[in-house]
Design a protein around this ligand. Structure first.
Ligand code: ADP
Length: 717
């Protein structure tokens, strides 16, 4: 029984346990079910959403597809049109792919290969090159065909091949312009430049012809100028001499007219010649050290009479602090200045012409920025004319202007010269009020830029007397460079004590409380000593009864030029009288009879011993026998020319320590090439027609210390 009961109990327990397990499993199943349901719901939601999206995308896709179709149609149209245009243009056009095969080409491109079937879509560039050479399509002009192809292949592989010009067998010219795109394919353009090339060739021919004509013209002008200058030398020279003979007023007028007409003609010839030289590119600048102040003073002095004749005042305002010695072509600078100042005087009836010279020296670069203005109170220039004023053959065309003559070349030459010197030029003008021409140049400053004062040889001892010690010391330094012994005194007493030993005293009027008495004191103490007075107003000074009429006075502020002239006069005064000293010996070599006569007349009145040689050989002989102090040498002479004769003299002088000054006389403008003359051993040169003053200046410079004065009256000039 128990067993049964136990079994039952065990069975019930087992059933209970099973039931519990079942319950538990059911609960778990339920939970899993719920979870599953939840997932299913979520999934179906997501599917719905995705479906909606797919619908949207599908719609969009459709639209894009139709857009794409439209675009493709458009592209096709554009491509058709483009290709149509490319086909119709007369220049060749082709595409190559990245492996250099022809994709397509227009008719013009293919026409070059007419009848050669291999040149078609797909052909390689290398094959095209072979066809070009093998069929003789391209004119290689002597180049080896294989070399040419290699060059062309290498060129084609570049990213941007340089354009190249080809000549074809039929005379046409093509310019190839190729461009490689980013993908490696190439657009190739063959421009037909036949007309351009033909035009260029014509142009080159025309230019060549014009240049030849121009050279012929320049040579002709140069020659003609020589031919005219030589006889003009006779005309102007003789008229000059004739003027000094006893003439009636009428005769004098005729002679002066001959002379001024001759001179005017020479100016024109020179203008035309310069212009043609500039045109032909034959005009060279001769750069050498020169004295800037002197150049300006020379021009002012030269044109002063012209201004005075018109009652104009011509004033030079020169910045004294400018360095004096500069590097440049002094002759050409003078020419520029002469043109501008000459014009200013020409076109001014009343008032003044002012030349203002300023500059900024740069101590580091040793250069001077020079600034020059030439200002006048003349007729001025109308606004609409001002732009043409520097052109060739320009003359302002109006009633007022027609009264002035000229070639209309002056300003154009002036402008070209200034530009050749690296400068620029401009003009400001008001019609009826005046003009102002300005130019700017940068010039190198020469070492030790103070120009040495050339002190005449007879002045061996000079005394300076002035209250301003610094100014006197500066002047003394400059004078000493010229050779003489120079002492400075700042008091009158000191001066009087030492004056007997001096050849010349230079006195600043400010040292004197009362100017007059010192003259008699000085003269009494040392009658032989020449006196030069620096004063504010030389005219006023001379008007003083106690001051001798012939006293040498220089206006302050003095210029180097005026001082030099004064010293020259002083030197002539202390020369020994003519009869005790020998005369200066001058040799002139000149083959032309008229010119010998001119020279003889020009120098005849001077106290010199003048001998002539008719050619170079004679000149060398006379140089030996006559031992001249100075030689004037014509350049073109028969038998032996002036350069050869000079060279012979220089060779003979070798080792003797002698050096006779030889001055060239040239008629031919092209002969006047200074470098050549200097290289031949000549020291100076004068252009014909010769002027008496220029000749005399040379004589004075070469006058030996112990020779007689050139004129008895020199001291009163
Ligand atoms: P020209 O030989 O006629 O003087 P230029 O070339 O020197 O030739 O000058 C050209 C023109 O410019 C002159 O004819 C004149 O009309 C004008 N001109 C030049 N300088 C001046 C000036 N200072 N005042 C007025 N006009 C001037």
């Amino acid at each position: 029984m128990n067993d049964i009961a136990n079994k039952l109990i065990a069975e019930r327990r087992g059933r209970l346990a099973a039931e519990r397990l079942l319950e538990q499993k059911q609960a778990e199943l339920f939970a899993a079910n719920r979870k599953l349901n939840h997932h299913a719901r979520q999934l179906s939601h997501e599917i719905t959403e995705t479906r909606a999206e797919v619908e949207v995308i599908r719609g969009e896709n459709k639209r894009v597809k139709s857009d794409l179709n439209a675009a493709q149609e458009k592209i096709a149209v554009v491509e058709r049109r483009l290709w149509h245009s490319i086909r119709t243009i007369k220049d060749g056009f082709a595409f190559f792919d990245a492996s250099n095969r022809l994709i397509m080409a227009n008719e013009a491109y293919l026409s070059v290969f007419e009848g050669i079937d291999i040149v078609e879509t797909g052909v390689e560039y290398a094959t095209i090159l072979e066809v070009l050479t093998d069929e003789g399509i391209v004119d290689l002009d002597g180049t080896n065909a294989a070399d040419w192809r290699t060059m062309m292949r290498a060129r084609f592989d570049l990213d941007t091949p340089p354009p190249i010009e080809l000549k074809l067998w039929n005379g046409r010219s093509v310019k190839l312009v190729d461009q490689r795109g980013p993908g490696g394919d190439v657009v190739s353009l063959g421009l037909d430049i036949t007309e351009t090339v033909r035009y260029q060739a014509q142009l080159a021919d025309a230019r060549e012809a014009a240049e030849t004509a121009n050279r012929a013209k320049s040579a002709f002008l140069a020659n003609m100028s020589h031919e005219i200058r030589t006889p003009m030398n006779g005309v102007v020279g003789m008229a000059d001499m004739l003027g000094d003979t006893g003439l009636t007023d009428d005769q004098k007028l005729y002679v002066d007219t001959i002379k001024s007409s001759g001179e005017a003609l020479l100016v024109i010839i020179n203008d035309v010649l310069d212009y043609s030289k500039i045109e032909a590119g034959h005009l060279d600048l001769h750069i050498a050290p020169f004295d800037l102040e002197r150049a300006f003073q020379d021009v002012t002095l030269l044109l002063q009479p012209m201004a005075q004749a018109k009652g104009l005042s011509l004033v030079l305002e020169y910045d004294l602090f400018l360095p004096s010695m500069l590097e440049g072509d002094a002759g050409r600078l003078r020419q520029v200045l002469t043109n501008l100042v000459g014009n200013a005087i020409k076109f001014t009836a009343a008032g003044h012409v002012l030349v203002r010279v300023t500059g900024v020296p740069d101590d580091v670069t040793r250069r001077l920025a020079l600034h020059v203005v030439v200002e006048d109170t003349g007729i001025g220039i109308a606004e609409d004319e001002i732009d043409h004023i520097f052109g060739e053959f320009t003359q302002v065309e109006n009633e007022r202007n027609r009264q002035f003559d000229g070639t209309g070349l002056g300003l154009s030459i002036t402008k070209r010269l200034v530009e050749m010197m690296g400068g620029d030029i401009w003009v400001d003008a008001v019609e009826g009020q005046g003009s102002s021409f300005g130019f700017r140049l940068t010039l190198d400053v020469t070492e030790g830029s103070v120009a040495p004062l050339i002190v005449p040889k007879p002045l061996r001892r000079i005394i300076l007397a002035g209250p301003d010690e610094v100014a006197m010391a500066a002047l003394a330094r400059q004078l000493r460079q010229g050779g003489p012994q120079v002492d400075v005194h700042t008091s009158v007493a000191g001066l009087l004590n030492s004056v007997t030993a001096a050849d010349c005293v230079i006195i600043d009027e400010n040292i004197l409380a009362d100017t007059a008495p010192i003259w008699s004191d000085l003269h009494q103490t040392s009658p032989e000593t020449a006196c030069v007075l620096l004063c504010k107003s030389p005219d006023q000074m001379r008007a003083d009864a106690d001051v001798p009429d012939d006293s040498i006075c220089i206006a302050k502020p003095w210029s180097r030029q005026s001082l030099m002239t004064a010293l020259g006069t002083a030197a002539d005064r202390i020369k020994p009288p003519a009869d005790t000293a020998r005369r200066m010996r001058v040799l002139a070599a000149e083959d032309n009879k008229t010119n010998r006569l001119v020279l003889e007349k020009m120098l005849g009145k001077l106290n010199i011993d003048l001998k002539f040689a008719c050619d170079g050989t004679e000149a060398v002989e006379l140089w030996r026998s006559f031992a001249p102090d100075l030689v004037f040498m014509d350049i073109s002479m028969p038998r032996m020319d002036g350069k050869a004769a000079t060279a012979a003299i220089r060779a003979a002088e070798q080792g003797t320590g002698e050096h006779v000054p030889i001055v060239a006389m040239t008629a031919h403008a092209l002969e006047g090439d200074k470098d050549q003359l200097l290289a031949a051993g000549l020291d100076q040169y004068l252009a014909k027609p010769l002027r008496r003053t220029a000749l005399e200046e040379q004589l004075r410079k070469a006058l030996p210390p112990h020779a007689a004065a050139l004129t008895q009256t020199d001291s009163h000039e």
